[in-house]
Design a protein around this ligand. Structure first.
Ligand code: ASP
Length: 582
């Protein structure tokens, strides 16, 4: 027997019991006549004591020679500690060891297995199995397990069936590149790994499954922006005979359940805001609404007063930063430099200090009277003591820049409280997005998303104006889920493909199976997918998804532990009928 208790289990009430424990040598203290060893496993730490008077000198010697992270098994008696440690649950007892077996010796680990380790990210990723022994990583994985169990519990109770879909498939257009897998048995042909199970879940609806879910890996070969993984996990869902309202209610329910069970937080309402409004009020389709600083559009009150920069701008827009009227010249200059960084890209920033006495002091006093600035304050909701920051230029760019500034200032002001949760739905997304580079339209969500009723005709005349039955669930400034009501008839789907630039032939080749299925009684259906990695990180009050993935990839998409991707030998290439051209 290796153990009859874990290292986190024993309490003072277990005193005198004979126990067997197994685990890792966390650390030891050698006082000469007595040696203490902290024995660790997933459940906690139990102190072992070896003492020459109560056990044997030989055993003491053996304990003394134990290296960190060695795996041992001990037998002994639970006794009350002389000096107790109130910081750990087993802190009142120790185990007086009578038998010690070294199960496996360990090399000296390349970093300390402590909550605060001396190991940098690279080395910890290379030895991720050692990193996982550390509490912060272990706890994150346990936390992720809890979240995914609650998801399964909730959805299963709501009648959703967990169905697996294949990984070796054909392209699913979610807007990224596919990861391809050559087929040995089918010369010159390739599978694509799913960017999502989108078409399969729709086929499951045609198959009458009615409510489907799956916690599933998706693969997208994108340039890795910060904190993206080439393979990531979705909570993927689809329902038949539903309208948008049914989906929103169901997944509001799931989100409520998770917030309550995992965080003990009850959320009253999930506000709904249209995409257009989100862009107007926050410059962002995933607004963080834990704090205000809503945009105030100033074209009416700031243009045609002699200030050319504003006169020639498509949009003049500002935010009121609470309590920031006290910023020094130096602080404001630093802020201006911040918005001018290439990552943000503003040309400059105009500011107004709203003084406590009701007067205003701005960087454009030459052009604007106090009444003008009072109007700016009104539009941005600024109060005495606030600082109004104003940007101007082309609409979309300026909004994105001011949104970046809003988030940065909120972070600096401590307004992005990780213990507060403010979910909302963003609805009525545009169906299509114009690609500046190619001049083409592509699906903003994906090509299976249905336009809002009655808008199909608009596709010919004003494609950019067509709204979709698509929705995103946003939590604390992150898109945690997104989905749509789908097209479920062949004709509409064909029109969509045409507008997305597919020839009939191409559409048939790529999605013929779906179009075929639509001819055999496809029910109206819709769904959503949540990004599990991000959701878990947010619920865990953290930013980086990598911290919640057991074996993540680095920023170049590499797994540095197993050293993948890697080259393959010429035999394998031949088998696959592949030649490299590097
Ligand atoms: N397949 C979509 C995605 O991965 C989600 C959905 O429409 O259900 O974003």
């Amino acid at each position: 027997m290796y153990r009859n208790n874990t290292c986190g289990a024993l309490r003072i009430t277990d005193s005198n019991k004979e126990v067997v424990l197994s685990g890792w040598v966390h650390k030891s203290r050698d006082k000469g006549f007595v040696v203490w060893v902290d024995l660790r496993d997933r459940y906690g730490i139990t102190q072992l004591v070896f003492d020459q008077e109560r056990t044997s000198a030989q055993l003491l010697e053996k304990a003394r020679s134990l290296g960190r992270e060695s795996v041992i098994r001990v037998k002994g008696q639970v006794i009350e500690r002389a000096s107790k440690n109130p910081n750990i649950p087993t802190g009142e007892i120790e185990v007086l060891v009578s038998e010690l077996t070294l199960l496996n010796e360990s090399l000296l680990p390349p970093f300390t297995i402590e909550d605060e380790t001396d190991g940098g990210e690279d080395i910890r990723m290379k030895y991720r199995y050692l990193d996982i022994r550390r509490n912060p990583v272990k706890e994150n994985l346990v936390f992720r397990h809890k979240v995914s169990m609650e998801v399964r519990k909730y959805l299963s109770n709501q009648g959703f069936i967990d169905v697996e879909t294949p990984y070796l498939i054909k392209s699913t257009p979610e807007g990224a590149r596919d990861f391809l897998v050559p087929s040995r048995m089918n010369e010159g042909q390739f599978y694509a790994l799913p960017q999502s199970p989108q078409t399969f879940k729709q086929l499951l609806m045609v198959g009458g499954m009615d409510k489907y879910f799956q916690i599933v890996k998706c693969f997208r070969d994108e340039d890795l922006r910060a904190d993206r993984q080439p393979e990531f996990t979705q909570i993927d869902c689809e329902m038949a005979f539903v309208e948008q309202e049914d989906i929103l209610n169901t997944f509001e329910g799931l989100t409520r359940h998770l917030l309550k069970e995992i965080k003990g937080v009850e959320v009253d309402t999930f506000p709904r805001i249209t995409f257009d409004d989100a862009m107007k009020r926050y410059g962002n389709d995933k607004p963080d609404i834990r704090f205000g600083m809503e945009f105030g559009e100033l074209n009416k009150v700031a243009q045609h007063k002699g200030f050319n920069v504003f006169n020639s701008a498509e949009l003049v827009v500002g935010i009121a930063v609470p309590g920031a009227a006290t910023y020094t010249r130096k602080e404001i200059d630093a802020l201006i430099d911040w918005v001018k960084r290439p990552q943000v890209g503003a040309k400059g920033m105009v500011y107004v200090k709203c003084n406590e006495d009701g007067s205003f002091k701005s960087s454009v006093d030459k052009f604007y009277a106090q009444e003008d600035l009072a109007n700016w304050a009104k539009e941005t909701g600024a109060k005495a003591g606030d600082l109004i920051c104003v940007l101007s230029g082309e609409v979309n760019k300026t909004r994105a820049q001011l949104s970046a500034l809003r988030m940065e200032l909120a972070e600096r002001l401590g307004l992005r409280n990780p213990d507060e949760f403010a979910p909302l739905w963003v609805i009525d997304f545009p169906l299509l997005e114009h690609d500046e580079e190619t001049g083409h339209y592509h699906a903003m969500h994906h090509p299976f998303t249905s336009p809002k009723p009655g808008q199909l005709e608009l596709l010919d005349t004003d494609p950019g104006a067509v709204k979709a039955n698509a929705y995103d669930l946003v939590l604390n400034g992150n898109e945690i889920g997104g989905g749509s009501i789908r097209i479920h008839d062949k004709e509409t789907q064909a029109i969509m493909f045409k507008h997305l630039g597919f020839t009939e032939e191409e559409a048939k080749n790529q999605f013929g199976f779906l179009m075929d299925a639509f001819q055999y009684g496809a029910p109206p259906h819709g769904g959503i997918a949540f990004g599990l990695d991000r959701l878990v990180a947010i619920l865990g009050g953290q930013e980086t998804i990598r911290d919640f993935i057991a074996f993540p990839k680095n920023n170049s998409g590499r797994d540095v532990m197993i050293d993948a991707p890697a080259t393959i030998d010429s035999e394998q290439l031949k088998e696959l009928h592949l030649k490299l051209d590097l």
